[in-house]
Ligand binder design. Structure first.
Ligand SMILES: [Zn+2]
Length: 515
């Protein structure tokens, strides 16, 4: 009876050609284990329509690791279809599947099978509300199958024609609105965007300028992040800011591109922030997909924030003197960028330069990455403040006076630097301790990469550079190989705007973009 109803619903579509099943399947069916019976019905309906499906557990090869099999299948599928229910909404496995599909820019079809709101989940709602969805909560589920199966088939065909058509950037041009298509591209002006934990910034940069002094006059914009900060609010604020920049600077032309600097590990192919431990532990924010759809015709590139700062140093800083150098940033987190022969080095998986997670101890507080002994857990802003609080208590119990206890409650890196400037010995000890750890990290870096110079940037080091540099230099000289231990260590000349300018430089004509 069920099969007959589906066949009736699909009648007239039976002359459709088969969609070749070249990989694991064309439509990935995501579902919570409790919704398996409905998932099986959906698979039957789709396969009646000659649309091959991949569904677990049916298609997991015996012996294959479950999460690996699911991830591989999502990457190979052309459309991601989710049966959305209360059970699916609360399943970590289903959340991971949604995020992976979104980060791979897969079309997402959502079939709602109970009253749960697809937009209410702070982790995945953003991806789901931006995609097509069907309400299968009313009536018999089987009655909805022909519509869903037909839509899935169309989505597969549409996606396949795009895959064999023009490149991604050319596709973006295909979608130009009428207003945008009348604009001519600007060959040399780009937009840079910096994603911070509390605000987003943007700038417009003329890529033909080479004089540092011209940077003082470039247009800068800010937007505070307010309320609940999640993928949805961040993307909304970025879109708002870029819309303002476009309105004011690109009325009659198009920017050569829009560069985004984000804190954390980046999938540069997908243009996604894969993991931002210092940005509400964000996972898989699809900056490129979202911004490309909001600003059709504008190419979008996304990179790690410290690598963007490194790019600013390459074009407007130490790059004037050195063809190979390292840029290390210490702030909320710790990261680095590496320039080799005037090109930024990305690494096999775009994760090069994570000096913050270089292991320099076998104990200590847990790092934001979840491990122990990372350099970041000893020298990031919060680590320095925590040690200053403990140092204040220690001095007080020994009957010694220090400004650190007077400041308790308002202790910030800036306040500790101010105490050092007042001649406070306890505060200077905090700087010396952090400088030893930082010096060890730099010594390891020099031994491994042998850069011609190291440039130091980031919020913490703009104040701590001078209080720390003697101890850093001493530690480096005692721990790095003799051939590299005199490498110049200099302060960044762009402590405030280096990241956002570097984001705009993602479109510099002299730089190779790796994807
Ligand atoms: Zn770590």
């Amino acid at each position: 009876m069920r099969a007959k109803r589906i066949q009736d619903g699909l009648r007239g579509m039976s002359d459709l050609a088969d969609i070749p099943d070249e990989s694991n399947g064309r439509v990935f069916i995501s579902h919570a284990s409790g919704d398996r019976a409905l998932a099986d019905q959906l698979v039957s309906a789709l396969e009646e329509l000659r649309v091959p499906c991949w569904v677990a557990p049916r298609d997991v090869i015996p012996g294959e690791e479950y999460p690996v099999a699911l991830a591989k299948a999502i990457d190979e599928c052309e459309v991601f279809l989710i049966l959305f229910s209360t059970a699916a909404d609360s399943s970590t496995q289903v959340s991971n599947e949604i995020e992976r599909a979104a980060s791979r820019s897969k079309p997402i079809l959502l079939v709602r099978i109970d009253e749960t709101d697809p937009g209410s989940n702070s982790r995945t709602g953003f991806f789901l509300t931006r995609h097509h969805w069907f309400d299968a909560t009313k009536g018999n589920f089987e009655d909805h199958l022909p519509t869903i199966a037909s839509a899935a088939r169309q989505a597969v065909e549409r996606h396949r024609s795009l895959q064999t058509g023009p490149s991604a950037e050319e596709r973006s041009d295909d979608h130009l609105g009428e207003k945008a298509s009348r604009k001519t591209p600007s060959a040399h002006r780009s937009i840079g965007v910096e994603i911070g934990a509390t605000k987003v910034r943007a700038c417009v940069l003329d890529l033909e300028i080479s004089d540092d002094s011209a940077l003082h006059d470039i247009p800068m914009y800010f937007e505070a992040l307010e309320g609940t900060i999640n993928a949805r609010t961040i993307i909304k604020q970025v879109e708002k800011l870029v819309a303002k920049v476009m309105e004011e600077h690109f009325k009659d032309t198009m920017p050569v591109g829009l560069g985004v600097a984000a804190p954390g590990q980046i999938d540069m192919r997908a243009g996604t922030l894969k993991f931002g431990p210092n940005l509400f532990h964000a996972r898989n924010i699809p900056f490129k997909t979202s911004l490309s759809s909001s600003f059709p015709g504008v190419p979008v590139r996304v990179d790690n924030e410290v690598r963007c700062h490194t790019r600013c140093e390459l074009h407007f800083g130490v790059g004037n003197d050195f063809d190979s150098f390292a840029c290390i940033s210490v702030g909320t987190g710790v990261g680095s960028g590496m320039v080799i022969d005037r090109q930024v080095y990305f690494g096999h998986n775009f994760c090069a330069g994570e000096i913050g997670h270089m292991k320099i101890a076998s104990s200590g507080s847990p790092c934001s990455c979840g491990q122990i002994g990372c350099l970041e857990s000893f020298i990031k802003a919060q680590a320095i403040v925590d040690r200053a609080v403990a140092k204040g208590v220690e001095w007080e119990t020994r009957g010694l006076k220090t400004l650190l206890t007077d400041l308790e409650g308002d202790l910030t890196p800036e306040a500790i630097v101010a105490a050092i400037e007042e001649g406070d010995d306890a505060a200077q000890e905090i700087a010396n301790d952090a400088a030893i750890y930082f010096g060890l990290g730099i010594a390891n870096y020099l031994n491994l990469f042998n850069p011609a110079a190291v440039v130091i940037s980031g919020g913490v080091m703009s104040g701590f550079f001078f209080p720390m540099i003697d101890q850093i230099t001493d530690t480096v000289q005692r721990n790095a190989l003799a051939e590299v231990n005199n490498t110049p260590i200099v302060q960044s000349g762009h402590p405030i705007d280096g990241i956002v300018i570097g984001a705009a430089l993602l479109f510099h004509p002299d730089d190779v973009w790796p994807v």
